[in-house]
Design a protein around this ligand. Structure first.
Ligand SMILES: Nc1nc2c(ncn2[C@@H]2O[C@H](COP(=O)(O)OP(=O)(O)O)[C@@H](O)[C@H]2O)c(=O)[nH]1
Ligand SMILES: [Mg+2]
Length: 313
């Protein structure tokens, strides 16, 4: 077994960090190590946390992590958000508070860039989840910011997805209507110290009633004050209940298959694109075809078929 994979499987933070960097750089050493560690994955509960900026996702992750650590569980945190206190953004006070986690060897924190090639999650996220899982983390928390493709993609990675909303902005309904409805396994109305909590909860619950009228599980709506550590124990319990539900209904397997499908597609896509646009293989041909398309000597479809024909022959 190569050193780096062995280090990851022992939970060595330096090996974990190194393999993640290699994976982000598409280094062939990473692929080799990823092959070695895959059989040792599958234990970690992957939890996606999404919602608009400033709703308190990072604060929730901090409090959830402290709660899991009290239970003796090991935690991985992936912050796909440059403004996260974990990435060095946000208010100094928040940053200092949360950075205390960095000194706990039962916690591994990694922040990543927001965008992948196609506007979705950066593809290395799949690798990072596998690496943290293989390293013995019991829980992996994935924070994504904003509303868009990244949020929809996080569902493919996460076993359990939390959608975080705040009262008062009147945005609860909009966020949900923007397609977030289907992705939530648990709603969290954070900043429940503010006014308008009851109304926000009522609005979400009425939407849940419609959406879940024919399902066996009603998406729970919880309230938290992350900043004051309120509602966190209840949230941990709700997350645990969801995991049990996934296990009981065999939905966990379905969910994991979704992740592996997305990962497989991503690896193939990345390798094919690299092959086609690599200097040493097709790049010259591609440039030539683009010229011809510009001069109307060939159309884009014929050009694409020509390139694909060369690969598939
Ligand atoms: N009033 C209040 N503020 C909170 C609460 N949770 C977090 N915050 C604050 O809201 C701001 C944004 O929080 P952050 O966790 O960075 O949000 P994120 O962008 O969703 O990750 C920070 O200044 C937090 O201290 C809460 O429950 N109530
Ligand atoms: Mg954040």
């Amino acid at each position: 077994m190569n050193d780096i994979a062995a280090g990851v499987l022992k939970g060595d933070p330096r090996s974990i960090a190194r393999l993640i960097t290699l994976a982000e750089n598409n280094d062939p050493i990473a692929a080799k190590a990823m092959k070695t560690i895959h059989p040792k994955t599958g234990n970690a509960h992957v939890i996606g946390i999404t919602g608009v900026m400033g709703s308190g996702k990072s604060t929730l992750i901090y409090e959830l992590t402290r709660e899991y650590r009290k239970k003796g569980l090991k935690v991985g945190i992936i912050a796909i958000d440059p403004t996260s206190p974990f990435s060095g953004g946000a208010l100094l006070g928040d940053r200092i508070r949360m950075m205390e986690l960095a000194t706990d060897d039962g916690v591994f924190i990694r922040s990543m860039g927001t965008r992948g090639m196609l506007g979705g999650l950066t593809s290395a996220v799949y690798d990072v989840v596998e690496i943290l899982d293989a390293s013995g983390k019991d829980v992996v928390l994935v924070e994504t910011v904003g509303v868009g493709q990244a949020e929809v993609d996080v569902v493919k990675i996460a076993d359990t997805t939390l959608v975080v909303l705040v009262p008062g902005l009147g945005d609860a309904i909009q966020t949900i209507k923007a397609g977030i409805m289907e992705i939530a396994d648990i709603y969290v109305v954070n900043k429940a110290d503010r006014s308008g909590v009851e109304q926000a909860v009522a609005e979400i619950e009425s939407l849940v009633d419609i959406a879940c009228s024919e399902t066996d599980r009603k998406t729970p709506v919880l309230t938290t004050v992350a900043k004051e550590n309120k509602g966190i124990i209840e949230l941990v319990k709700e997350i645990e209940d969801h995991k049990n539900y996934l296990n009981k209904t065999k939905m966990l397997d379905v969910q994991r298959r979704k992740r592996y499908e997305a990962e497989l597609v991503e690896i193939i896509r990345k390798r094919l694109m690299n092959f086609i646009f690599d200097e040493s293989t097709f790049k010259g041909k591609v440039e030539d075809l683009i010229d011809q398309i510009s001069k109307k000597k060939v159309d884009p479809y014929t050009a694409a078929e020509e390139i694909l024909g060369k690969i598939l022959k």
